[in-house]
Write a protein that binds this ligand. Sequence first.
Ligand SMILES: [Zn+2]
Length: 95
Amino acid sequence: MKEEPFYPCQECKVGFLHRDHAFFFTVQDGQPICVPDFPAWVCDLCGRCEYNSAALTELQAMLETDRRSRRKPHQSRKIADQDHTSASVDPQQQP
Ligand SMILES: [Zn+2]
């Protein structure tokens, strides 16, 4: 049998925080980020929730790598488009 750790709530000092999932919302670079089932600690009495700090760090790292990988495809696209035009017929060429 597993024993769940219980932490007293800092807000109401009566309730206890238990493992749950809460709606998480943040803004990164002007982009709203919502996570509907974010791991959190929720008070069973007043409903205060504290987000899991490990999960928060993980989300930050995930957003950071996502932002970096999104920049790359834009730069290499132009070169492929220019290759097509070189095969077109030159109208000024006389037979
Ligand atoms: Zn509470």
